[in-house]
Design a protein around this ligand. Structure first.
Ligand code: SF4
Length: 184
């Protein structure tokens, strides 16, 4: 990081133009996907289809995985799945284990630790869910959980109990399974 603060926040707050650098979009480039056409790269369908979802893929694109990340990724799909779009992957700093984007989407083994005081429903939504997929906490507000799929899975997700491991699958199972039938 440069020590040059001539364009920085603390130097000239009276001139809004000096903050314009914060709004500047800097493309991270295509990285391993440099062969991909603009049409594909800018197509969210393509990004979803080409997500990194396995340890094998992740190690291929990022050989600098730490032991904690390697172990966490091995176990990721038993809890909150691994999924990173190519675009998002290119925002990661492969040289910095504490890169915020990296910490956001690459699982770590610490995820499997659960303290006694931790709650799977930290926002207290389940108590306000009269039917699956709907949260009714406030009298004039209803939240529909219309999908359990995300483009990338954030390791801090407060709804990790609902996304990626198929809430929809559970809904379908409960919808088609008569009460007298026990599913396993
Ligand atoms: S629900 Fe939101 S926070 Fe959770 S994994 Fe999906 S995008 Fe991330």
């Amino acid at each position: 990081m440069s020590n040059d603060t001539s364009e920085g926040i603390g130097t000239d707050l009276d001139e809004p133009a000096s903050l314009n650098f914060l709004k500047r979009f800097n493309s991270a480039g295509r990285g391993f996907w440099s062969h991909v056409s603009d049409a594909d790269w800018n197509d969210w369908h393509w990004q979803l289809r080409n997500r990194i979802t396995t340890l094998e893929q992740l190690e291929r694109f990022m050989p600098t995985l730490s032991p904690e990340e390697h172990a966490g990724t091995l176990l990721a799909n038993s809890k909150l799945a691994l999924a990173i779009t190519p675009y998002f992957f290119n925002l990661i700093d492969p040289a910095d284990e504490n890169c915020p984007i990296r910490r956001q989407v690459i699982p770590r083994i610490e995820e499997t630790n659960t303290a006694p005081w931790e709650m799977s429903d930290p926002c207290g939504e389940d108590a306000h869910s009269p039917v699956p997929g709907l949260v009714h906490r406030y009298p004039d507000r209803v939240l529909f959980l219309v999908t359990d799929r995300c483009a990338a899975y954030c390791r801090y997700c407060t709804r990790s109990r609902l996304v990626s491991n198929s809430m929809i699958g559970r809904l379908i199972t409960s919808a088609v399974t008569p009460p007298s039938v026990t599913s396993c």
